[in-house]
Design a protein around this ligand. Sequence first.
Ligand code: ZN
Length: 287
Amino acid sequence: MSATDGTLHSACPLCARPEASEYARHPTVLWVKCACGLIYKKWTAEQAPATRPFNPASTAYSRRWRHRVGKSREQIRDVLNHVAPGPLLDIGCSLGYTLRAAQQLGMAATGLEYDAGVAAFCRSKGYTVEVGSMTAMPFADGAFQIVVMKHVLEHTSDPRAALREVRRVLRPGGGVFIAVPFGAYRGAVSQPARHKFFQPSEPTTGHAIYYTPETLSRLLGEEGYRVVRVHPHLLHRTAGVPRRLAQLVMAPLRWSIERLRDAARIRKEFWVVAVSGEPNRQVGRRA
Ligand SMILES: [Zn+2]
C-alpha cells in the first residue's frame, strides 16, 4: 500500500507478472486476475473502513459458541496429524473460539487481534491476547508450535511479509493452519462484478487477494512451507477411539462430499495445513 493514487500492486504479488486481465471493476475498486491464477485487488479509492466500537452482544460471532469451538478443535486436530502439540497462536482470534479449543486439547494458547476492543473482551474472559498485526507480531522467534490463521491472510496485500513473520514465530517443523475464501467459488466466478466477494463497501471490502489451493500452495512453497494437507482430514490421529471409529465409518461419505464440492466448485472457503521448512526459491518468482 505504497502508492498514493490507490494502486496496491504494479505486478502480481505471486508471480510478478506486470500484466493482468480485468476481473471486476467498480467506481472505487479494480480487481484483476493474473495468468498464474491469483485474483488481486489492483487499485482502490476506498479508505480503510472505520472500526466500529466492539460490542460482543451484537455480533453474530458470539452465537453458536459451542459449534465454533468444536469446529476449531477439529481444525487443530488436522494440524496435529502432522506436528506434535505445543504452544498455539491464533492470528485474528475473534472471541476466542480457537483459544478455547486449544486449551481443551491441552495446549497453551495465545491470540493476536488488531482490534483492541476484541482483545480486551478476550482478556476479560481470561485468554492471553496481544494487539498487533500479522506483519509485525509482538512475539519472540520460535515461540509457537502451531499458528492458526482463519480468514486473515486474504486481508493483506503483502502476504509474503505475513508468511515470513509467521515463520519467524514458528519453531522449525511447526505447523500452520490457513483458511481463506475459495477464489474459484462458482457463485463468484460466474459474475465477479456482481458477487459480494468483489463488492466495494461490503464486509469483504477488506479483502486484498483471493486464493485457490494451487496459488496458495505455490506461495507457501516459495516462503518456506511445505503444504501437507488441503481440505479437512477424514481421520484424526489424536482423537479418542470412539471418535476415530465414527470417523472411519463416515470417511467414504465425507470423501465423496469433498470430491463433489471440488468438482462443482461449491465451497466458499478452503483450508490448508503446512509445515515450516526451508524456502523453496528455485521455482522462481515468475511463471
Ligand atoms: Zn501471477
